[in-house]
Design a protein around this ligand. Sequence first.
Ligand code: SF4
Length: 333
Amino acid sequence: MSDTDMDLLSVRDLRTSYFTRRGELKAVDGASLRVGRGEIVGVVGESGCGKSALALSILRLVARPGRIVGGSVSLEGRELLSLPDREMREVRGGSIAMVFQEPMTSLNPVKTVGWQIAEAARAHEKGLGKRQALQRSAEMLKAAGVAEAERRLASYPHQLSGGLRQRAMIAMALIRRPRLLIADEPTTALDVTVEAQILGLMKDLRSEFGASIVLISHNLGVVAETCDRVYVMYAGEIVEESDVFSLFERPLHPYTAALLKSLPRPDDRSPPGTRLHTIEGSVPDLLARPAGCAFAPRCEKAVPECAVAAPGLAQAEEGRRVRCHLYAQGGSR
Ligand code: SF4
């Protein structure tokens, strides 16, 4: 990875483990990624591959028995892992905001949406009056695509649909004008129409507010729709890094290729009722990682070396890196 002056976020060799009675579970195992200014970067992989642990690690929100055990997270050149807790809280309330899959877990059920967004605004901007904060909340709800925003200010979270709650969460995150928004499966609980609207909103927010976005998803279709670049994670490791166009045109890592094959395609001519491709097996138990490549037990292209030696992340093409023995010398097969 070559960091540039343009990078907003630079994560290097980040390692986060959960220390359980059965042993050390390496949820994030040496992940490196970068996010440029105004860039939308996807992190994709199946459940349990370490995507959410990576997001929580960037924010230093890993709960016990988890712990960040090494690496670096730098935001605009400022190392976050060594910041005092108080300064880190300011970063979370200011420069970085997070949107989760289920807004009900983050919204307070006994406070109106308007009150919650206004409080976020006032926490960010000292001296902001209540009336002014409510007015800003309405503007931000409008920017997040909420119709009749003024009226919605008086709604409690349970009175809103899932899509509206997610928009309210996004408004609450953005009212602090963060430079980086981390969205963890923001559309998973929504139907496809609302999902498309929220993803469209993410792209608008980038152009309107200049925010960089890290979009975490298990859904490659969502990532294709929204992101500029993608990191594919498997068993706690980044296994492929690519611009989104090349990744979908020609996935390099066998895991990425298998994920893509399991996506429904609009140009698919298979007879009705044909089952989609599925990846046999499951993500390995991270407490008992196989020796060699973690994907080897499920990989259709495995060679004998894969079972004994773990591949490193190597540059395969300009702007593309892949963790696979098939590309170890920068070749492509
Ligand atoms: Fe498959 Fe081997 Fe590449 Fe792992 S290193 S993805 S097992 S070919």
